[in-house]
Design a protein around this ligand. Structure first.
Ligand SMILES: O=C(O)C(=O)C[C@H](O)[C@H](O)CO
Ligand SMILES: [Mg+2]
Length: 403
């Protein structure tokens, strides 16, 4: 069997998605997600110019060999563009292999470790009161775990909070980056009040999470972790930028609040020191940005040795193709923790028909051979690409900060 052709599909049913389709000479095809939010066309160029020509004629069943061929063959290792391109190939090849085997992907990985996969949804509000209403709406819908992000008095725009009440939050909101103004002290003073209000209204059973989105220093993160200890968070996410992995050692010395990190990681080496030192509790590296199933499986296995569990990134900027593959992975992986779930729009779901489903705060995996997600290419053509960028943050004195 040979790879006969492969091509990228760029579509924007409300937001941009990049999909790679690989077709074999026997007619079986697989698809993979290659969406890198705000840098979509860089991955398209990488795939079209460098990856697809090198795939034609190869045996699609040699997933491991093709992964190393693309990784080592580039000479230039890692990086989000390269690893997203490799991930899309890898996901499509696992899709093909599972279809050839006539099995849902989780069976090929080793079968079910659980019957359902707990997800967390996003509650956001301009202030504490409206945020609590959103938490209540999630609880009514059956969620067992909710990420809680609220506006902060004195900060006009902040990550995780929609511009207008009731609207879904989409961070890539303009052609070129919009500018936000950030104040660490206002934020640090406000967050404990938010979680005090959440626990007072919803009691102790609901799992609550919070995303700091890389904006603190280690000692500030340590202060926040300690301040929210009474509210028993499921996790505090991305509390500092993680290029300096040792920073987490300092945070860990000061707080028992569980720590999650890794949505911007693209390789095992971004997480190795964090995992081996047991400085984190959840690893968020996701299939689309960290080299696909073949590589993330290695990250999860290393993490498992050190009591670190998975908590995959799952925003709307990853397509349903990534989510479908992730639900299979989550169903299999022994050290599963939780899966992020930001529902896609109806338009997106129509372009990407899929068989995973949400039920009572969990995802239930489908039984279709492959990863269970397809693409309607005719419909996809109706939504042309439109450049969209993520915002930037500046401190109140104008210094560029982490967004
Ligand atoms: O979902 C999350 O936890 C995020 O932090 C979402 C990111 O801001 C988003 O994926 C950036 O493209
Ligand atoms: Mg995040």
């Amino acid at each position: 069997m040979k790879i006969e052709h492969a091509y990228t599909i760029v579509t924007s049913p409300g937001r941009n998605f990049v999909t790679l389709k690989i077709v074999t000479d026997e007619g079986t095809y697989g698809i993979g997600d290659a969406t890198l939010n705000g840098r979509e066309m860089a991955v398209v160029a990488y795939l079209e110019e460098h990856v697809i020509p090198a795939l034609i004629g190869r045996d699609p069943q040699r997933i491991e060999d093709i992964w190393h061929y693309l990784y080592r063959g580039a000479y230039w290792r890692r990086g989000p563009v390269t690893m997203s391109a490799i991930a899309a190939v890898d996901m499509a090849l696992w899709d093909i292999k599972a279809k050839l085997a006539g099995m849902p992907l989780y069976q090929l990985l080793g079968g079910k470790s659980r019957d359902r996969v707990m997800v967390y949804g996003h509650a956001t509000g301009r202030d504490i009161e409206s945020c609590l209403e959103e938490v209540a709406r999630h609880v009514e819908q059956g969620y067992k775990a909710v990420r809680v992000q609220a506006g902060v008095p004195g900060i006009a725009s902040i990550y995780g909070v929609a511009k207008k009440e009731g609207e879904p939050y989409e961070p890539a909101d303009a052609d070129l980056p919009t500018e936000h103004v950030w104040s660490t002290s206002k934020y640090l003073n406000h967050v404990p009040k938010l979680f005090a209000a959440v626990r007072e209204r919803f009691g102790d059973d609901l799992h609550v999470l919070h995303d700091v989105h890389h904006r603190l220093t280690p000692i500030e993160a340590a202060r926040l972790g300690k301040a929210v200890e009474p509210y028993n968070l499921f996790w505090l996410e991305d509390c500092v930028p993680a290029e300096n992995q040792e920073g987490f050692g300092l945070i860990r010395q000061h707080t028992t609040t569980p720590l999650a990190v890794g949505e911007v990681f693209n390789s095992l080496f971004d997480a190795k020191t964090l995992i081996e030192n047991q400085w984190i509790d959840y690893i968020r590296a996701t299939l689309t940005h960290a080299g696909g199933i073949t590589h993330v499986r290695r990250i999860a296995d290393l993490a498992g040795l050190y009591h670190v569990r998975t908590g995959f990134h799952g925003p709307t900027d990853l397509s349903p193709v990534c989510m479908g593959a992730a639900v299979h992975f989550d169903t299999w992986v022994p050290n599963f923790g939780i899966q992020e779930y930001m529902p896609h729009t109806d338009e997106t779901n129509a372009v990407f028909p899929h068989d995973y489903r949400f039920e009572a705060g969990h995802f239930i995996v489908g039984e279709t051979p492959g990863h269970g997600v397809d693409i309607d290419e005719m419909l996809a053509k109706q939504y042309p690409y439109k450049r969209a960028s993520l915002p930037v943050n500046r401190l109140e004195d104008g210094t560029l900060w982490h967004w």
